[in-house]
Write a protein of this length. Structure first.
Length: 101
């Protein structure tokens, strides 16, 4: 029982990673963000850390990415990405939350 649960969660994480990196590249995320360094936007490590105890982190980040965000990290706003599908937004939000320092 336990081992199949572990396998299932491990597989889900491995699956998202490669697809998410492609999505992030294709949508220009990486020109403003990197995993560990602040560029224009916060590093994904910092985002994952900030929301680690927030059980609604993924839906909340989906909204930030889709509609844009301002005032949470500093004075520079993030533009909206309102042509992306919900599935792609969710993949990216989960990937950001899975970033390890
Ligand atoms: C033009 C630069 C730019 C691009 C492109 C960009 N971001 Fe951002 N992003 C920012 C900035 C600036 C912030 C901080 C906004 C704030 O202070 O609320 C941010 C914040 C975020 C946050 C944290 C939101 C929150 O609610 O705290 C996430 C997650 C994020 N970006 C993911 C992405 C993803 C995924 C993409 C690609 C689809 C992307 N960003 C594209 C500049 C950008």
């Amino acid at each position: 029982m336990t081992s199949s649960l572990l396998l299932a969660s491990g597989a889900a994480q491995a699956l998202d990673e490669a697809a998410a990196v492609e999505l992030a590249k294709a949508n220009g995320c990486l020109s403003c963000h990197s995993a560990k360094e602040k560029i224009v936007g916060p590093s994904y490590v910092a985002v994952a850390e900030k929301y680690k105890d927030d059980k609604d982190a993924v839906p909340s980040l989906v909204q930030s990415i889709q509609r844009g965000s301002k005032g949470k990290w500093g004075r520079t706003p993030m533009p909206a990405h309102d042509t992306m599908s919900q599935a792609d937004l969710k993949t990216l939000a989960e990937w950001v939350m899975s970033t390890k320092p």
